[in-house]
Design a protein around this ligand. Structure first.
Ligand code: FFO
Ligand code: GTP
Ligand code: K
Ligand code: MG
Length: 483
């Protein structure tokens, strides 16, 4: 059964384990009834009170600071009561239990429990209430979790910006423009004497084009925000002994994968998460791609796994051994892999050619000399040495560029999720359909209006203006308890 939103809740709000200070937090209606039993006195709203936290027999469980935020001026919008105690796990459990007991005690004045129904909170339930009571929108509530989970400074800074509403404001500005346009089109529908000329005069097409351009800008920044949070998957692929594992180790600055001169060393997929200038990347080393004799069953399975990873990559590093690149057999095997990559990868997935072992071919450093591929891939290729590290920084920059990282300062950024990127893509598709209607010689105004309505609805799922309860369940269940 779904938890009820009208029941008062309680949880330890601080991280599990020992700490200097630990907090028990309660939210709900009528929590003032606990002041007497827990503190022996009423609390003033929004003031820090130092004193004993009382057990049932009147002894002190601890001395700490109590805070009282009466509704609606609190984090959740309900009454919020906080006990800031010493941060011992046993003590905090005792205090939590004491709150539950005090709530269940019969109030002599009313003959009813002091706070009926007080129970332990589910994960994310405090923040869910903040959302339900309009203190935060859905994108801000998600930013709370992202701020807590942030693993890099850039991720934390951008989540804090989303929490303060930077992302929501960008979405709302789009929504305002969209509402303007919808009003125009709906007016045309409602008043039959207004017709398509009316829309032309109001430059509906121009408005739509400008909206589309602003949407693309928000989409690009949202994609970056999602990237910051989730990291992208970069798969290293290529023939055996090209130096794939050496490249993983060089990027990770650790001996993560086994490197030997034996072709077919790597069989299982090896994954390592790294950061490039604060951007998280998941780099995946795979078995060398080859077929024919000498490939045993283990290696064959490794190669099958390599292709699986390649097919779900956000970007591929196609590694070549420069010292063998002029060998026709080697070049034709590379060409076969290139054809396979083209067939198996979506067009938007970048393939970056990495010409490795530059140290082994002397200083034939002009690109035409050193990068023998004539297929037009050289310009975007990177020449480097996994052994010496030369060229590695250029690869890092190239990777950031490939994932759409414009190097914007965290000030211009907000955090976001794939869910938001997908919603904006749906908005975009509906706007494109609307544009097609408007551009046609005989536009169907009902269809135009419907596409704009659907765009509006898709936009609304980001901040939670439109949305289903099951979406809320998915989002809030991933929070920690007490948040
Ligand atoms: N002790 C403590 N620290 C905490 C929290 C908390 O719940 N308790 N927070 C929990 O995540 C964060 C702070 N978030 C908060 C957000 C709003 C309000 C609040 O009282 N809002 C009122 C009044 C606003 C005002 O005075 O400007 C409101 O919105 O009406 C409190 C904390 C981080 N630090
Ligand atoms: N000179 C030179 N040798 C390198 C470089 N990178 C890798 N090697 C050597 O090339 C050989 C193969 O390197 P690995 O990293 O194991 O190659 P791999 O592509 O992972 O090979 P498999 O896992 O077998 O497919 C090893 O002997 C490495 O020391 C480089 O930049 N310069
Ligand atoms: K090897
Ligand atoms: Mg390897």
């Amino acid at each position: 059964m779904l938890p009820r939103h009208d029941e008062p809740i309680a949880a330890i709000a601080t991280a599990p384990g020992r700490g200097a200070v630990g907090i028990v937090r309660l939210s709900g209606r009528g929590l003032a009834a606990l002041h007497g039993p827990l503190f022996g006195r009423p609390l003033r709203p929004r003031h820090a009170h130092y004193g004993p936290f009382l057990a049932a027999d009147g002894s002190a469980l601890d001395h700490g600071i109590a805070l009282w935020f009466p509704a609606p001026h609190s984090y959740t919008g309900e009454d919020v009561l906080e006990l800031q105690a010493h941060g011992g796990p046993v003590l905090l459990q005792l205090l939590l239990q004491r709150c539950l007991d005090a709530a269940a005690e019969t109030d002599p004045a009313t003959g009813r429990p002091r706070v009926p129904g007080l129970r332990l909170a589910q994960p994310g339930e405090f923040t869910e209430r903040a959302f339900l009571n309009g203190k935060l929108d859905l994108a801000q509530a998600e930013a709370v979790a992202d701020l807590i989970d942030a693993s890099t400074e850039a991720a934390a800074r951008s989540a804090a910006r989303s929490l303060s509403g930077a992302f929501s404001q960008a979405v709302e500005a789009l929504r305002d423009d969209l509402v303007q346009l919808r009003m125009l089109v709906e007016a045309t529908l409602d008043f039959p004497e207004e017709d398509i000329d009316f829309l032309r005069e109001a430059d509906a097409a121009g408005q739509l084009a400008r909206l589309q351009a602003r949407l693309d800008d928000v989409l690009a920044r949202t994609r970056q925000g999602a990237l910051l949070r989730e990291g992208m998957h970069v798969v290293i692929a290529g023939q055996p002994n090209a130096g794939k594992s050496s490249l993983l180790n060089a990027l990770a600055q650790a001996e993560v994968a086994i490197v030997t001169p034996i072709a077919g060393t790597t069989r299982d997929v090896v994954q390592q998460s790294i950061q490039i200038h604060g951007v998280p990347l998941h780099v995946i080393d795979t078995a060398g791609l080859r077929d024919g004799d000498g490939v045993d069953e283990v290696e064959r399975i490794g190669i099958a796994r390599a292709w699986q990873r390649i097919e779900s990559a956000d970007a591929v590093l196609f590694v070549h051994d420069l010292s063998r690149a002029h060998d026709p057999h080697y070049a034709s095997a590379d060409a076969a892999i290139r054809a396979q990559l083209a067939a198996r990868l979506a067009a938007r997935v970048p393939v970056i050619d990495v010409w490795n072992k530059a140290d082994a071919v002397g200083d034939a450093s002009s690109d035409s000399e050193g990068s023998p591929d004539a297929g037009g891939h050289d310009r975007n290729g990177i020449r480097l040495s996994a052994r010496t590290g030369a060229g590695l920084e250029a690869l890092r920059q190239r990777l950031l560029q490939a994932v759409g990282w414009t190097g914007a300062t965290p000030e211009g950024l907000f955090s976001a999720r794939q869910r938001h990127v997908q919603a904006l893509h749906r908005v975009r598709a509906h706007l494109t359909a609307a544009q097609a209607q408007l551009a046609s010689p005989a536009p169907a105004l009902e269809l135009l209006a419907e596409e704009l309505r659907l765009a509006h609805e898709a936009l609304g799922t980001i901040t939670g203006a439109f949305g289903a309860d099951d979406l809320l369940g998915v989002i809030f269940s991933r929070f920690c308890i007490g948040k």
